[in-house]
Design a protein around this ligand. Structure first.
Ligand code: 5GP
Ligand code: ZN
Length: 115
């Protein structure tokens, strides 16, 4: 755990969050500033700063996070109409929190712009 990392502190329950899913490898909780009616963050419990630091050995974990996002999309009622998964990486990618996370966003028609 990185003491300075807000998401590590959420994993450790030092910072409160609205947790919607947890297993041994990952945690999912509601974004504090939702960009859509449903906005969840799916994170590994271990501190991986971003996609850029993912290693071959973490391939299964990376896939697990996406599958959990899919399952949560179904549970949140998003599967029929669709939703978006977003992973920001680094400064120009718009990443603010340096702990790997997948945004699950849905519940409305999203725009097509990425920028
Ligand atoms: P990024 O821009 O790094 O991809 O996204 C970080 C996300 O984390 C943002 O959507 C932001 O609202 C969310 N966030 C930042 N701090 C907290 C927090 O303390 N709790 C929760 N639940 N979400 C947070
Ligand atoms: Zn962390």
């Amino acid at each position: 755990m990185e003491q300075e990392c807000i998401f590590c502190r959420i994993v450790a329950r030092e910072v409160a969050s609205d947790v919607v899913y947890e297993d041994t490898e990952c945690l999912a909780f509601r974004d504090i500033a939702p960009q859509a009616p449903i906005h969840l963050l799916i994170i590994p419990k271990s501190h991986i700063p971003s996609v850029a630091e993912l290693t071959e050995g973490q391939q299964e974990l990376a896939g697990h996070l996406i599958l959990i996002a899919k399952n949560l999309a179904e549970r949140e009622g998003l599967a029929a109409k669709g939703y978006r998964l977003v992973v920001n990486c680094g400064y120009e990618g718009g990443q603010v929190v340096p702990h790997l996370h997948i945004h699950l966003i849905g519940g409305m028609k999203l725009g097509s712009k990425l920028g």
